[in-house]
Design a protein around this ligand. Structure first.
Ligand SMILES: NC(=O)c1ccc[n+]([C@@H]2O[C@H](COP(=O)([O-])OP(=O)(O)OC[C@H]3O[C@@H](n4cnc5c(N)ncnc54)[C@H](OP(=O)(O)O)[C@@H]3O)[C@@H](O)[C@H]2O)c1
Length: 247
């Protein structure tokens, strides 16, 4: 049984890492997949080709989620191309780490705009479609750092904590329209975002994780499949940590 058969999903930031894996697992589970990328144009185009193998409708869009007008245009294009939009995974994200004393205003604004404002932009535009259809699912990518904070990541942690408050509010506002809104909070997942970290720091973290390993993008994607599917029909306003017990 394919868990997402007949559903159309948008995944933002799917050229690589977690988003890419979510797009792949969703297509495998029978979903029609719209996805976005920004700078990794070749990777985005390659993903569109690769996902054709699963036999559902697939299209990649170059779209900056942090820009309100681009997000609106994106949703209009998806509805024109696919005829529906049932699931949105707000996954696009960046880091610009630094201790507070050295953090520039630009690095604060960039991280808040890409990680948090993007979720507002895409959710606002998509919710109009879902309200008319009287069904829909939002899955918003936070982080364990948004729950517990992290030295050197005040901007990132604030953006990820903001996503939790936003998602819980949307769950309350739109629940009566059969629209669910949940948060996934990954711990330490191996992707290009974390490949830049010092191996010694990573080793130290891994020792503190009860499951004694870093997570894989697939670990997060599997949870997103559950939250996107009707298997989680009575789950909304929740934060699901995918962190090997770290939190
Ligand atoms: N990896 C972890 O350990 C971890 C832990 C907790 C939470 N997360 C969260 O999980 C999500 C995915 O992380 P990842 O590790 O897979 O990161 P990643 O490998 O760096 O991928 C980030 C993705 O976001 C896209 N993106 C960045 N800015 C964008 C924008 N303005 N508009 C549209 N797309 C944009 C990138 O596209 P381009 O390359 O095309 O620009 C890329 O596809 C992020 O929200 C991250 O904060 C990750």
């Amino acid at each position: 049984m394919k868990l997402l058969a007949g559903k159309t999903a948008l995944i933002t930031g799917a050229s690589k890492g977690i988003g890419r894996k979510i797009a792949e697992e969703f297509a495998k589970q029978g979903a029609n997949v719209a996805f976005t990328y920004l700078s990794s144009v070749e990777k985005g185009e390659a993903l569109e080709q690769e996902l054709q193998a699963f036999g559902t409708q697939v299209k990649g869009y170059r779209s900056d989620a942090s820009k309100f007008a681009e997000a609106e245009q994106l949703i209009t294009s998806i509805v024109a191309d696919f005829g529906a939009l049932d699931v949105v995974v707000n996954n696009a994200g960046i880091t610009k780490d630094g201790l507070l004393m050295r953090m520039s205003e630009e690095n604060w604004d960039d991280v808040i705009n890409v990680n948090l404002k993007s979720v507002f932009n895409v959710t606002k535009a998509a919710s109009k479609i879902m309200m008319k259809a009287r069904k829909g699912v939002f899955i918003n990518m936070s982080s364990v750092v948004g729950v517990q904070g992290n030295a050197g990541q005040a901007n990132y942690a604030a953006s990820k904590a903001g996503i939790i408050g936003f998602s819980k509010s949307v769950a309350k506002e739109l629940g009566s329209r059969n629209i669910r809104s949940n948060v996934v909070a990954p711990g330490f997942i191996r992707t290009e975002m974390t490949d830049v970290l010092d191996p010694k720091v990573v080793e130290g973290w891994t020792q503190d994780i009860p499951l004694k390993r870093a997570g894989e993008a697939e670990d997060v994607a599997n949870v997103c499949v559950f939250l996107a599917s009707d298997m989680s029909a009575y789950v909304t306003g929740q934060v699901l940590s995918v962190c090997g017990g770290m939190l």
